[in-house]
Write a protein that binds this ligand. Sequence first.
Ligand SMILES: NC(=O)C1=CN([C@@H]2O[C@H](COP(=O)(O)OP(=O)(O)OC[C@H]3O[C@@H](n4cnc5c(N)ncnc54)[C@H](OP(=O)(O)O)[C@@H]3O)[C@@H](O)[C@H]2O)C=CC1
Ligand SMILES: O=C(O)CCCC(=O)O
Length: 491
Amino acid sequence: MSRTLLQDPGLWKEAALIGGQWRTATPHGHSPLINPADGAVLAQLPRCQEAETTEAINAAQAAWGPWRRTPARQRAALLQRWHELITAHREDLATLITLEEGKPLAEARAEVDYANGFVRWFAEEAQRVRGDLIPAGQDSQRLLALRRPVGVCAAITPWNFPAAMVTRKAAPALAAGCTVVVKPASQTPLTALALGELAHRAGLPAGVYNVLTGADTGRIGGVLTRHPAVRKLTFTGSTEVGRLLLRQSADTVKKCSMELGGNAALIVLDDADPDRAVEGILHAKFRNTGQSCIAANRVLVQAPLHDTLARRLAERCRALRVGPGLEPGVQIGPLIDDAAVQRLEALLAEAVAGGATVLAGGRRHALGGRFFEPTVVAGVRPDMQLAREEVFGPVLPLLRFEQDDEAIALANDTEFGLAAYLFSRDAARIWRTAEALETGMVGVNTGLISNEVAPFGGVKQSGLGREGSHLGMAEYLETQYVCWDGLAPAA
Ligand SMILES: NC(=O)C1=CN([C@@H]2O[C@H](COP(=O)(O)OP(=O)(O)OC[C@H]3O[C@@H](n4cnc5c(N)ncnc54)[C@H](OP(=O)(O)O)[C@@H]3O)[C@@H](O)[C@H]2O)C=CC1
Ligand SMILES: O=C(O)CCCC(=O)O
């Protein structure tokens, strides 16, 4: 029983959390949860549908009044207590992440710290929400701009970061005085539920943080996007689903934040430090087994450095240790499901048929199941699917370029605009290139850019809004203008 792997079995929840009640069953049965490392059934989650979603929204709506009136300092203290409990249960949360998502335990621990960074940051930010007093045109008036919580927020999160994507949305929402209904990915609900248990232990009132479970995704999403009480939708996932949710939210004109797909180019200019570039590429590509929307999707290397880098990357890839995430020393875990493995095979087959060359890996791993060999493939052309679609796996496509402008044009030749990376030692080339990149984020001489204090988000079809940083809080606030007239003139 996987539950016995936890030091605190009370964090293992096979239940939805609605209005402070753990709901172990609904009239619609249960959905199995699969461990991607071995295909075993980990848990059975109750299936929520329209009725349960409406109940959760109603509970969040009822909790909103008292919560928004709770003084900011008190909300901050509750979030700070949540942060402390997440720290205390770091190992159990990491174990849950690895069990349901597959990532190596060391990465899961890092994700808990990353996720918890949002809780601490927004606990602090809760006390810094301020309005404005605007100079009025008449002496009898005072003009105020108040910052008020939006209301009930629906947070739809993906499977690839089961903790961080929840806290990056829930922490600023709660800090701002909103309540949330979380719909975690049906492949990774256990972490969101454990966070709910810790929120409860921290003293967050019932109904402030709700979690819906089960695989009736469209039915849950239909209510979350159409219910008038939900005033904000925050989503991380594919662009395709993001478009659908935006369309569904249009009728009730919800405020929407969207963190969608990416096709990050990682550009290595010929003056780059090759050691630094290799490390950066490995971080940017293989974090979470390549399953991240900011993963380096295409590595563009200037001709003089190309062959050396290709050789060194292939060597490093062959040395990466693949296996179940709970096994010590593992660096590359399984992919999330069988469909992901088949997708990678198809992308590689198309590239190889078109003339690309596999330098390392290139197929399913000998471990079988959902394991895939860390792969380097050179000679990829910009028109290949491998360079156009989100790879979302441990496959590193290499493209060669001659001139700086050519790399910029290639990097921008996509509907996406989430992240890009750049390696160079020349400040002028760095500025010129970074400013020419049409992305919301640029990593310079690093492959790791995510943290709670920085604004995360994309341009073009990669999304709307920013998460994390001081900007992340604004997504959960509305401005209310108060025009106060009739003040008697000063004597
Ligand atoms: N995860 C990410 O951050 C990103 C993923 N992608 C790409 O998308 C592919 C799929 O990834 P995934 O994360 O599953 O992305 P999805 O967009 O499919 O899912 C993200 C979240 O949206 C939910 N969802 C899906 N359809 C609906 C709907 N009709 N109404 C309401 N909620 C819905 C999912 O629920 P459920 O789990 O129940 O299906 C999940 O909670 C990846 O392989 C990748 O290529 C792209 C960018 C970012
Ligand atoms: O959308 C994703 O893939 C998750 C965000 C990754 C990150 O925060 O670094």
